[in-house]
Design a protein around this ligand. Sequence first.
Ligand code: SAM
Length: 414
Amino acid sequence: MRIDIVTLFPELCDSFLSTSILGRARAKNLFEAHCHQIRDYTKNKQRQTDDYPYGGGCGMVLYAQPIADCLREVQRQCAEQGRSRPHIVFMTAAGRPYNEAVARRLATYDSLVLVCGHYEGIDERVIEAFGDEEISIGDYVLTGGELASLVVADSVLRLQPGVLAEEKGYQEESYWDGLLEYPQYTRPEVWEGRPVPPVLLTGDHNKIDAWRGRQSRARTRQRRPDLYESWCETHPITQIPRWKRTERAQLIRTDAQLDAAAAIYSEGWMQMCRDICAPAYVEAHTPAAMREELARQRGEGWAFYLHSTADVPDGLVGVCHKTGEIGHLFVKTEARGQGIGAKLLEFAIKKLPEHPRPWLAVLDCNTGAMGLYRRMGFAPDGVRNVFDPATDPNSTRLCRELILRRCQPVSGTR
Ligand code: SAM
């Protein structure tokens, strides 16, 4: 790949591209970089690059002519090298937002030119005449396009073959697969009283991968719900994990099963509502209270199933044959991350063959559950309740209970 930066500060850009990982890769000719001084293409005696804006206003605007001539020279050089027509990007605060997907697209061009503005910006006519696109690196204004062009150059060049030691390096980083990266740790094992998560010391790569996946999804859910939502859309669960030989889900009939279910229900409910309900209200949802609730709902047509692994109860799900509702899907904290939620949801769907489009209710703040339901083919179909601290003394944060209805079948294995 060839990358050209058109700027008033070529030394600044060149020095960045000659440093550290990019510098080493450049020295090995893994990419070609050229930084061009706009001033060298001026035609006036003073080598002036800018002038007052037509129509008045503060600041100066870069002339079209030197930038155009510089771009023509880059086009000529690329043609001489037998390269395809360069893709020309103007760095502007008003451009399209930049992200990893754009970096990946730009990385596919054989030749990329980044044009840096300065002062108040660039004469619009040269952008119209030469620009293939305008990119902004964020919702803030810089004094010049140099840092922006280097952000783009760095994120694009690190994707070129051989620039990073291992391709896996960037495939596991934040944004590559639409999720934020899991937390990283290095020596020592305990730093100022803080140990590294024990799983990372086990040497069991299946366990480590599963832990990292969970961390990555949880971080994205918490920090970037927008990204998580798009990730769920593009990563449907099409294959339910196989049930282990030691796993079973049984219809709750005995008192002992009801006790176990009530304990799981209470734990899950308290975790779910801790951040949105008054503490006293949360604490009132004890296993005993939840047992009563389950018994009452059973009388109203709900059937509850207890999931256990090696005879230890660790999950719960309920179905209502009258209405086609699925509910009470909870997995004990220590059993999470093994696909039990997805298995139980698929199990519940199969228990309702008379309802082709079963539905469930979920709090919109319960992003973990929302993610599972979205990935299992459930889509929003209305709002059942709104919990508003202004009108509800038990709630501390505005939150909606959404109805999600199943629209896509999921092929499972059992
Ligand atoms: N008058 C412009 C506006 O309000 O949009 C801002 C001009 S800025 C002071 C000068 C130059 O910095 C721009 O021409 C552009 O090249 C660069 N620049 C500033 N903020 C940027 C951003 N968020 N992304 C990309 N380039 C930016």
